[in-house]
Design a protein around this ligand. Structure first.
Ligand code: NAD
Length: 251
């Protein structure tokens, strides 16, 4: 577990240990984790004996994903990445690693979020406009969320496939920069909210003639990500290949 001292690392280590057949053996983090859940603490993946590890799970920060990817490629170990906010260069390191070993990467491992992305893509061709509001805890360092970017991409794919063109945004005067959110392409706008007390939430708001449809997903607790991560861990091995998202793994 890379990022083992973090909010996700701690929640995942505790709960993955409860999944049949999974044991979190190495807790990798620059900081000493508050709880080790039976594993051992290492300050770097480079200090972990490859023979002790079948799969690396990385929920840390983008730089260390590159280290994890290179380590997994070198030692032919499967890699599950939940860390978000990678640059194009960092992402290309992951893809290079996937030519040597198996990698599953997802911006959201909660099953509800995966389903809400599916539902949003289903609805996308039928409504004139769509905007996304993503809401997260106040210590999240990247914006907008990886999930909202992926949702916008799914929506745009579905709209393009259906030949649906979004009407132009009529806004001509913006009194405060950012009032209309970030343009995710295809007329889809993303608005990011950061507040204490939140975990991870998203609303996809569709608007059409005289009606609206809102698809909302809430992760109230980090335990919501465990089942999806366990599915990815059980799926991935050293067979080279890159899998984006767990959509195909949950059938
Ligand atoms: P966090 O800040 O609580 O934890 C990150 C941890 O990574 C920290 O303990 C930090 O010390 C550690 N770290 C930093 N550099 C490191 C390095 N070089 N080697 C080892 N450890 C290092 O953050 P968090 O809330 O746990 O989130 C972690 C990541 O997971 C973020 O990118 C977040 O967006 C992402 N996330 C993804 C999902 C998903 O479903 N894909 C869900 C929640 C969070």
């Amino acid at each position: 577990m890379v990022g083992a001292a973090g909010r996700m690392g701690q929640a995942l280590a505790e709960n993955l240990n409860l999944v049949d057949g999974l044991v979190v053996s190495a807790m990798v983090d620059l900081r000493e984790p508050a709880r080790l859940f039976g594993g051992s603490h290492f300050t770097s993946l480079e200090r972990v004996a490859p023979s002790e590890v079948d799969v690396v799970v990385d929920f840390s920060q983008p730089d260390s994903v590159v280290t994890s990817a290179q380590w997994c490629a070198r030692h032919r170990r499967g890699l599950v990445i939940g860390t978000t906010g990678l640059s194009d260069v960092q992402q290309s390191h992951v893809e290079v690693a996937a030519a040597a070993t198996g990698v599953v990467m997802a911006s959201n491992f909660s099953l509800g979020a995966v389903l809400s992305e599916r539902f949003a893509a289903m609805a996308a061709p039928y409504f004139e406009r769509v905007e996304i509001i993503e809401l997260h805890h106040d210590r999240k360092v990247d914006a907008p969320s990886g999930t909202s970017i992926a949702t916008a991409a799914h929506i745009n794919d579905a709209r393009r496939a259906a030949g649906r063109v979004t009407p132009e945004d009529p806004t001509r005067r913006v009194a405060l920069e950012g009032a209309r959110g970030a343009d995710a392409g295809g007329g889809v706008r993303i608005h990011s909210v950061r507040l204490p007390g939140l975990v991870a939430h998203q609303e996809v708001l569709f608007g059409g003639a005289g009606e609206g449809l809102t698809i909302r997903h809430d992760s109230y607790d980090r335990v919501s990500f465990v089942q999806g991560v366990a599915i990815a861990v059980n799926h991935v091995d050293a067979t080279p290949g890159f899998t984006w998202g767990i959509d195909d793994l949950i059938a």
